[in-house]
Design a protein. Sequence first.
Length: 476
Amino acid sequence: MKILFATSELAPWVKTGGLGEVSGTLPAALRAHGVDVRILVPAYPEILRSFPNATEIAQPNRLGGLLPAPMLREAISPDGTPLLLLDYPPYFKRPGSPYLGPEGRDWLDNHLRFGLLSRIAAWLGSDASTLAWRPDIVHCNDWQTGLAPVYLNYLPGRSAKSLFTLHNLAFQGLFDHASLFELGLPDAAWGIDGVEFYGYLSFLKAGLQHADAITTVSPTYAREIQTEAEGMGMAGILRHRSEKLSGILNGIDTNIWNPASDQHLYQTYSARRLDGKTTNKAELQVELGLEPRPDLPLFGVVSRLTEQKGLDLLLEAAPQVFKLPAQLAVLGSGTPELQQGWAALAHKHRGLCAVTIGFDEALAHRIEAGADIFVMPSRFEPCGLNQMYSLRYGTPPVVRATGGLADTVIDAVDEKHGNGFVFGPATTAALLQALQRATTAWRDPDRWRKLQKRGMARDSSWEEAARQYVELYQRL
């Protein structure tokens, strides 16, 4: 089977979250199952610098509306996956985030930038393509490629089937009605059964409405988003298309996230050699300016500092956390209010709390390895990856029972299968109770070691997810 994997992010070059990680690892897992996958991604500066000899292979034109004629280049990623680079410097030769300008606001032409990405994905999957390679399925990811199924629907001639994977329902790609013309879409596309969403053009709704199949990144999230409480305005269409919707739990790159070979760590370790975690904790405390206290549990956080991630709940609970007693190590960035709140907390509780604003890949690995307990109190979480990193690193997570967190973490009350600590209500009190339970368990070395080993034994690889995607491709 030939699959075009269309995405706006691709780790390790461009990523803002789970989409980039998935795009950087799932295609290789699919190739291991014999699928001919090629990745379509914008030629951001970071990518072009890594592939300076990318070959020009096509220049699609007459794309409609105000869409320009870009250049398509081809390169091969280090894992052997072919890359199709969408090269149009006026759209993609920009610094920083792929979506935001220097002032932190969306680029005003995002509808054209990612409309072009969607349009080229559809072009590659249609008779209009000038390439010999033609996909059987265009696999779209999140709102940035949500218009591809719409274009495939309206293009003349034979078109590929389309699969739309929803990574986060919160980001819906909303633009005004004038965008319809600018994107080269017909008037017929505007309507309740088309791209219109409460007076706006929604890339996300377009993908949900027109794709031949829909997946999201965990089974629980697939159920949650069909409820009014979690559906963010899209519950109706998701229920309407429920027969086409399935949840496939993400995996992680078990080569990169492997404590036995991770070069970012102070000392590697495994389930058989867990003493290495003690060294990582001690060195992390020194690096972050925390008191060198082996007798205190160290809670770790690597996250966007947003309310979605529940970091306001943890911030509110922090004074009680320090009284357990325990330490906190936090890495991330997010809303100005939460960044300021966490920075102030660290200043007030030096030695017990260390906060690093921004992102540092190596430090993220060291926190996973050096922390005793990882904290993810998300209000909603489509899949989540850090809880799987934590399980693999022998760092039992404290999570809220939502989305992929509920699908991967089993509460320690189950002494046969438990691998972490789960709480229900999105409240400070419920979070604090879970942190207290985790602290109590940590103080029982025998119980804790069993909990760690059960987590480390969990298969978090892409193998099962890749198999499910292949079955879905075959059905399409």
